[in-house]
Structures are given as structure tokens and as C-alpha cells.
Design a protein around this ligand. Structure first.
Ligand SMILES: *Cc1c(COP(=O)(O)O)cnc(C)c1O
Length: 383
């Protein structure tokens, strides 16, 4: 059976170009990038080239990019590090209700250290308003962390206005850009961002590698004591093959971004239009504008998202009922709940997410199979 992978917000296929770029560094070019001999220096050059390729995706300098093990580590470092850095000034942190659990649980950890957390609400489309941020800011606020784009619905937040609101008050601004990086244009200087998290496997790079943009001058505390790697802020021998792979993924993403964005937006709108037509009572949770090119989130009132995902799986279609990290949990999506969806709607969501390997044929197969699946469940539940 031909399968369709429509769960790219959880993880993407590693590009062949990325594997090819990594392979020499998994085999012959294995030297430690910190070694002084020429074998080591050759690896060092490739790691630094990867850093430059990544920096150019968000228009920063390469010495502002720090490699980590992924999005989760970057979020932990940025949030706990920035809050502790500024703790003498104040112990109030602002985030939103729709963040990834890497952020939500990092601020929870801060709460146990005596920080107070304010969670911003969203409107019905899942957007956070700069006015609500302005109102939440207090004299003791030291950090604002709001995600660039949401991993469940695809809603792109008004990051420039949010960041400028924080900066106006002299407050550090972090954004979890794991879903946005490599998919939509980002310029950290124009947007006035201090800290930005990203992850290799969300843009056709390898898993277990990601990074944090730390604006020059922000002296985030050391994450891992050890050698002088990553400017002495994260010790340990670099994962050179993965960093080089992520660099190649960044190059590919930047090269094809405009093309892929336009192509995926058409596919996304084709799926949304088709679903609305074939399942008239469905609720599209992806906002009609300011959304990522490759995410469609839809709620069907007839069954739990997880049941729908399993039925799609039997037909060879791999989708998700929200975020992969929280599957198995019985709670409805915290993102859809924050958007004001009732429990049935928040429980009944399915997310389809696409990437450079998704074709129009894939979309049309989903449009043929999914409504049929929904009707089947409906006829059973009506018996
Ligand atoms: C996937 C994801 C993460 C976690 O990234 P990992 O590299 O898997 O740790 C964090 N935030 C968002 C928005 C994500 O989609």
C-alpha cells in the first residue's frame, strides 16, 4: 500500500542532499573539530560553514548561532537562562497559553524557583494581541516568550509587534520558531528578537540537533560546563555530522523557500476548501490568513482525533491529533481550548501537515479518503 506522510509538523523526512552532506563526516572525516591537526581543522571549517548557512536563514551573524540537541533544549536554555540572568531585576515572565510543552514546562520549572508567570490568551483564531502583552507587562517583568508559529494550527503570531512591545520596556524577547524556521522568512534584526529556538528535524534536517540564536550582548548563562565549544556556553564535542546536515537543510530551505511556500499554500487551501465542501459541519482550526503554508487543523464533531488518526492509519495516511509530544494524554488540546473551542471540538481535531515532498495527488487522496472515514464513523455512531 502506498502511504502518505502528512505529519511533518512532528518530524520531516531527512533530505537526500542532507544525508549526502553528512556522510563524509560520519565516515572518514571523523576528527574532533577542536583538534589542531588538519583533519580536525577540516571538520571545524565544515561546522562553521553550517553555522553561517543557518545564520543566513534568519539574517544574523554566525557567532550568534549556538548548536543544541534540538528545539526542546533551546527553549529550556533560552527561558531558564534569561529568567535567571535577570532574576535580580524581577521575577515575572510572560508567555502564552498555546506554547509547546518545551516552553510551558520550562516556565513551570521557573515557577518552582519563585517566578510568577502570566499566560496570554488568544482570540478565536489563535492569535495573541500585542495589546494584551502591553497590559500584562509589570515593572518586574524580565522575559517574554511567545512562539513564532503554532505547531497545531499554524497560526503565525504578530512577532514584530510583540517583540517591539517587550523591547520598549527593556524586556528580553524569546520566540520558539521551531515551526517557522526554514518555512517562512525571518529577520531577527528587523523583528527585534533576542533569543530564537529552532530544530533541524522540522525542516528536513537530522533529529537531535537544533540551535538557539542569542543576540550579541545577551549574556545567557552557560548551559553545560565543559570545554570551549559553542563559545564556552555549551561544552561537549560538537555533533559535527548533524550540525553539517542541518546546515545543508538550512541552505535547501532558504533556496526553495519562496517556491515551497507558494506551492504548499495552494495545497493547504485546496485541502481546506475540499474539506469544507465534503464535510460541511467541520470546523477549520487553521486561521484563514497569517498561517503557516503546510498545516491544516480540522475538528470533526463525530469522533476523537485519536480515533480518526487510527482510521486514517489503516488507509495508509499518517496524520496527527495535535502535537506528537502529548499523544497518549487524555486531555483535549490546550491550544484549541485556549482558542475557546468546546471540549468536543478540542478533542476531535486532526492535523495534516506537509512539506517539500507532499504532492497534489497526496492532497487529493486525503480528500477522497478522509470524508469517507468520517461518514463511516458517523453511520456507526448513529446506529
Ligand atoms: C517540535 C517542536 C519543538 C521541539 O523540538 P525538538 O527538536 O523535537 O526538541 C518545540 N517547539 C515547537 C513549536 C515544535 O514544533
Amino acid at each position: 500500500m502506498k502511504t502518505i506522510y502528512a505529519d511533518n509538523a512532528s518530524s520531516t523526512r531527512i533530505a537526500d542532499e542532507v544525508i549526502n552532506a553528512m556522510m563524509p563526516y560520519l565516515k572518514d572525516k571523523f576528527a574532533n573539530p577542536s583538534s589542531y591537526h588538519s583533519a580536525g581543522r577540516e571538520v571545524r571549517l565544515a561546522v562553521e560553514e553550517a553555522r553561517r548557512q543557518i545564520a543566513s536563514v534568519i539574517a544574523c551573524d554566525s557567532d550568534e548561532i549556538y548548536f543544541t540537541s534540538g528545539g526542546t533544549e533551546s527553549d529550556n536554555w533560552a527561558i531558564k537562562g534569561a529568567a535567571r540572568l535577570c532574576a535580580a531585576k524581577g521575577k515575572h515572565v510572560i508567555t502564552s497559553k498555546i506554547e509547546h510543552h518545551a516552553v510551558l514546562r520550562s516556565v513551570k520549572a521557573l515557577e518552582r524557583e519563585g517566578f510568577e508567570i502570566t499566560y496570554l490568551e488568544t482570540d478565536e483564531y489563535g492569535f495573541i494581541s500585542p495589546e494584551s502583552l502591553e497590559k500584562a507587562i509589570r515593572p518586574d517583568t524580565v522575559l517574554v516568550s511567545v512562539m513564532f508559529a503554532n505547531n497545531e494550527t499554524g497560526a503565525i503570531q504578530p512577532i514584530e509587534k510583540l517583540a517591539k512591545t517587550a523591547k520598549k520596556h527593556g524586556i528580553l524577547f524569546h520566540t520558539d520558531a521551531v515551526q517557522a524556521f526554514g518555512h517562512i522568512p525571518i529577520n531577527v534584526k528587523e523583528l527585534d528578537i533576542d533569543l530564537l529556538s529552532f530544530s533541524g528535524h522540522k525542516f528536513n534536517g537530522p533529529k537531535g540537533i537544533g540551535g538557539l540564536y542569542i543576540k550579541r550582548g545577551v549574556s545567557l548563562p552557560v548551559l553545560i560546563d565543559g570545554g570551549n565549544q559553542e563559545n564556552g556556553r555549551r561544552g561537549g564535542t560538537e555533533n559535527a555530522p548533524a550540525a553539517i546536515g542541518m546546515g545543508e537543510a538550512a541552505r535547501l530551505a532558504a533556496k526553495d523557500m519562496a517556491l515551497q511556500k507558494e506551492r504548499l499554500e495552494l495545497l493547504r487551501d485546496r485541502l481546506i476548501g475540499g474539506l469544507a465542501e465534503k464535510i460541511p459541519e467541520c470546523i477549520i482550526n487553521t486561521p484563514p490568513r497569517n498561517a503557516l503554508p503546510g498545516i491544516v487543523n480540522v475538528s470533526i464533531g463525530v469522533a476523537e482525533g485519536e480515533a480518526l488518526v487510527l482510521m486514517l492509519d489503516l488507509k495508509g495516511i499518517f496524520a496527527s491529533s495535535g502535537s506528537a509530544c502529548m499523544s497518549g494524554s487524555k486531555d483535549p488540546s490546550h491550544v484549541l481550548t485556549a482558542m475557546g473551542r468546546d471540549e468536543k471540538t478540542a478533542h476531535g481535531a486532526v492535523r495534516f501537515s506537509f512539506d517539500r515532498y507532499t504532492s497534489q495527488e497526496d492532497i487529493d487522496t486525503i480528500l477522497a479518503v478522509f470524508p469517507e472515514t468520517v461518514n463511516k464513523i458517523r453511520s456507526v455512531t448513529r446506529l
